[in-house]
Design a binder for this molecule. Structure first.
Ligand SMILES: [Zn+2]
Length: 315
């Protein structure tokens, strides 16, 4: 496995927005797995006066605990099984800039109710600087890699790897692995089918519903080209040491390969389910409010219910 730490950035305040890992060689007609570690990073906290928040820099929401270890181990395992693998890990905290949201929503003013001092009154210039230094290079690197795979005749499947807390506000979340999608269910369905009965509590569309996340990094990477993709959330108490992360990665790597080799995952689709903008607006805000009441905001329980979710159409 080779690691590229020397990502050049022109910005002297926010250098090196990410690093990438590569294992194997792209082969025409063969699978190529691309893994996004959107929330692996913790850099940039001083810049947002994080010490004033009263939060602990090692806690969830600053970053996704264990996700970097899982991304690294997945790259090892999947590449080691002969499937070309390329991964990207964000170096910066989502509190500095949230690459897993749209550009409009990429500055988080409140982390689960706690105001982030330097984000509440951010200037347009400062926001643009973070976008130019981190957000855009991250997207560009992913897009360039997808193009490289396609140009070489590889068959890309894109995976985002995140982690979540067992307890969120007053809500218990007993699921251990969440298999989520943004409307194109091909890969998430296959992933669930090959993993839900094998010792972990694997659930679809949990811990929250990815279909209402506007402009997640995985979505930006895959939607235009209609590439198969899956958004994985692992409960962070299962991956909070490198050894535990390795166990989960060993499990997930085999399941990702099994699912990605299912022909149905590569069946052509003509579009991805449209974004339900009305329901999506402040989806996480309402999810948090419901969790404070000990309830899980689920599809269909909300007044602005967007109607039935559509499956991707086959060509
Ligand atoms: Zn995350």
């Amino acid at each position: 496995m080779s690691e590229n730490k020397a990502i050049q950035s022109q910005d002297d305040v926010f250098p090196d927005p990410f690093y990438t890992l590569e294992n194997g060689k792209i082969q025409a007609g063969k699978l190529a797995v691309i893994i996004l570690g959107d929330h692996t990073g913790t850099k940039g906290l001083d810049h947002i006066k994080f010490h004033e928040t009263g939060m602990d820099s090692g806690e969830h929401y600053v970053y996704d605990i264990g996700s970097e270890d899982v991304v690294k181990a997945l790259t090892d395992y999947i590449g080691g099984a002969g499937v070309y693998t390329w991964s990207i890990c964000n170096n910066y905290s989502r509190l500095l800039i949230e690459t897993n949201r749209s550009e409009a929503q990429c500055i988080t003013t409140h982390a689960e109710g706690v105001p982030i001092p330097s984000n509440v009154d951010i200037t347009d210039e400062e926001k643009q600087r973070r976008i130019d230094a981190i957000y855009k290079p991250y997207d560009a690197a992913v897009q360039a890699q997808i193009k490289k795979v396609l140009d070489a005749g590889g068959i890309p499947v894109v995976v985002a790897l995140h982690s979540f807390t067992k307890r969120f506000a007053n809500l218990d979340r007993p699921e251990e692995i969440g298999v989520m999608n943004f409307g194109d269910k091909r890969m998430s369905k296959a992933m669930w089918l090959v993993s839900h009965s094998l010792g972990y509590r694997v659930e679809m569309d949990k811990p929250y519903d990815g279909r209402f996340v506007v402009d997640a990094a995985l979505r930006r990477a895959t939607e235009e080209l209609l590439l198969p993709n899956v958004f994985l959330e692992v409960r962070n108490d299962l991956i909070d040491t490198p050894e535990k992360a390795d166990l989960i990665a060993a499990f997930l790597s085999g399941r990702i390969i099994d699912a990605a080799r299912d022909p149905s995952v590569h069946a052509p689709i003509s579009s991805v389910t449209p974004t339900y903008t009305e329901f999506s607006a402040d989806y996480f805000g309402r999810y948090f409010e419901a969790a404070c009441r000990g309830e899980r905001l689920e599809y269909g329980c909300c007044k602005c219910d967007p109607g039935p979710l559509l499956l991707p159409e086959k060509k």
